[in-house]
Ligand binder design. Structure first.
Ligand SMILES: C[S@@+](CC[C@H](N)C(=O)[O-])C[C@H]1O[C@@H](n2cnc3c(N)ncnc32)[C@H](O)[C@@H]1O
Length: 297
């Protein structure tokens, strides 16, 4: 596997020409600190746990992929590719095409590199708000990522810029009343005396847009043929142990980073897990998904 560095790519004006690795099969991972919107905030994930437990995200993502009408020769961007479980399915659908996976998390990209080893794919460390692409893709696919980006207007402008004329976006992320019950419990717990010193000033790291709001922002960014919808997508976890692991690593990792001791972090998640045991069904997560699509002229 060949690893290219950023300087080389920049010097060849690789992205700006819109040419993406036509030619031989290889994977590259940029060993650079990407230009980030919020450099102070760690964007890292426990990628091996995400890879193992992301069945809900993979199931939702598969439904998004099933809506694509692909010829098989497109050049596509998987925006916020994570560990590459869905990227692999996109690659399989493009025998004559090419997929670039972009993500801000090194851990996610390293896991994706291992998962996609040998595949015809490129992996790029990049912030979706500052994508280093211009008129480069026939389409952009994104699943379970956009709600981690707080400025959707800048996000959609960055995505539109990366698309060729006639290019399209098919995406899904958290939206509407996503995780309202869990967030309400987290908010109450965060205000108690044990956690308030660490979490009182913490603001949620997500933006859950409504369908109309998202449609408006897509149009403002220059997308046409915009369609958006919100749907319930509850996930039921097996037991208390899986719930704790899932919530700690996939939903509340940014919150937990604010709590300085392991003992207190465990107590925080154990309290939420005890509350989730009383739900009907127990250990269910009240997920809602926002579907977004549009194209550029
Ligand atoms: C829940 S994971 C989804 C991964 C994959 N698309 C899936 O459906 O399994 C969200 C991903 O979005 C990435 N992400 C969040 N904010 C980002 C940003 N500003 N730029 C690039 N990637 C970002 C995270 O690093 C993470 O890998």
């Amino acid at each position: 596997m060949k690893i290219w560095n950023w300087d080389w790519l920049q010097s060849k004006a690789f992205y700006r020409t819109g040419k993406i690795c036509t030619g031989s099969t290889y994977t590259f991972l940029l060993h650079v600190k990407p230009s980030v919107s919020d450099p102070g905030q760690s964007r890292e994930w426990n990628s091996s746990v995400y890879h193992r437990l992301s069945q809900p995200q993979v199931s939702w993502g598969r439904r998004v992929l099933s809506r694509l009408r692909l010829r098989g020769d497109e050049q596509l961007l998987d925006a916020g590719c994570g560990t590459g479980r869905l990227t692999a399915e996109l690659i399989a659908a493009l025998p004559r095409g090419r997929v670039v996976g972009a993500d801000l998390s090194r851990n996610m990209l390293m896991e994706a590199r291992d998962h996609l080893r040998g595949a015809h794919v490129s992996l790029v460390a990049a912030d979706l708000l500052h994508l280093p692409f211009e008129h480069a893709f026939d389409g952009i696919v994104s699943t379970a990522a956009f709600h981690w980006v707080l400025d959707h207007h800048r996000l959609f402008v960055s995505l539109r810029r990366a698309l060729r004329p006639g290019g399209w976006l098919h995406a899904q992320c958290g939206g509407g009343p996503n995780l309202a019950r869990l967030r309400n419990r987290v908010g109450k717990l965060a205000r108690t005396s044990l956690y308030a010193p660490h979490l009182a000033l913490f603001t949620e790291p997500w933006f859950f847009a409504g369908d109309k709001q998202a449609a408006e922002m897509l149009r403002q960014a220059g997308f046409v043929n915009v369609e958006t919808s919100v749907e319930a997508a509850p996930a039921i976890l097996d037991d208390a142990q899986q719930y704790e692991e899932f919530v700690s690593n996939i939903i509340l990792h940014a919150h937990l980073r604010e709590i300085p001791s392991e003992e207190l972090r465990k107590k925080f998640v154990a309290e939420l897990t005890a509350q989730a045991a009383t739900d009907d069904p127990p250990y269910s997560l009240d997920y809602w998904r926002l579907n977004l699509s549009g194209s550029v002229t």
